[in-house]
Design a protein around this ligand. Structure first.
Ligand code: ZN
Length: 264
């Protein structure tokens, strides 16, 4: 199953997507963040072809928690040390945009804006201080694509990453949230710029698997329903130029596609 958030006739709703007679169709809608897939069972019925709604970001997170250096080859390409425990940082909710929205390069402040294609994990149930042996799966609602857009020159210059990672439009998410993926077994994460393959990773290469990440984060902060975890990027990061089209494809989810423009 999968769900989206969409706008139709100026109203924004979450919508369950099902295949109806060969057409991807929004069959149930609700106003607020789903916490489980069964939340759609009592939701309002509809029969709207997915292509008729404008897709919005499928999450409205209170925070986006990102993992730095979760793939060995990526840590090496930036000459960063290999972490001995997860490295976490935040992107503000104001950085989130939908598929199709433009990434705006802050070209007066940064000369180097990079894509980072990542698997996104959407939290369904509030989660804080999980016990060591506790299963993380009940807290996960589903999976999506994230582009952790980064002003690489500001990341190096500032020493910490709030500015480099935090510009408006620097967190494309979508196009939808899918259930039933297994990152522990390996999900392909690919990034293309203007159709050319730049990153081709699999989550089986995570330095820290998803259960370790969620346990680690939950010792620090409460994860709320709708919060998003960006699980780190594979090797192959590189710059975006105005006029580019960047795509992040996660196996079993779909393709997140964003044009790139200059801010001014
Ligand atoms: Zn990243």
């Amino acid at each position: 199953m999968s769900y989206c958030r969409f706008q139709y006739q100026s109203v924004a709703r979450y919508g369950l997507i099902e295949n109806v007679r060969g057409v991807e169709t929004i069959t149930r809608t609700r106003a607020t963040t789903p916490r489980s897939w069964s939340d759609f069972e009592g939701a309002d019925r509809t029969d709207l072809p997915l292509s008729e709604g404008r897709l919005l970001s499928p999450v409205e997170p209170s925070k986006v928690v990102c993992i730095g250096r979760n793939y060995l080859e990526h840590a090496k390409e930036l000459n960063h040390p290999i972490p001995t425990e997860p490295l976490i940082f935040l992107k503000p909710p104001s950085s989130v945009i939908a598929t199709g929205d433009a990434i705006r390069r802050p070209n007066k402040l940064s000369q180097r804006v990079d894509y980072e294609g990542e698997l996104g994990v959407v939290i369904g149930q509030r989660c804080y201080r999980l016990r060591e042996a506790e299963d993380v799966r009940p807290y996960i609602l589903g999976y999506t694509c994230v582009n952790d857009v980064t002003a690489r020159d500001l990341q190096e210059k500032d020493g910490q990453w709030t500015r480099a990672k935090g510009f408006d439009t620097f967190c494309p998410v979508g196009p939808l949230v899918a259930e039933n993926l297994d990152p522990w077994k390996g999900i392909s994460v690919q990034t293309r710029v203007n159709g050319q393959l730049r990153q081709n990773g699999t989550t089986v290469d995570f330095l820290f698997p998803l259960d370790v990440l969620i346990h680690f984060i939950s010792q620090v902060m409460t994860l709320e329903a709708g919060d998003l975890i960006a699980t780190g990027t594979p090797v192959g990061v590189g710059p975006l130029q105005p006029g580019d089209s960047v795509e992040v494809a996660v196996e079993g989810v779909g393709t997140l596609r964003n044009p790139v423009l200059n801010l001014e």
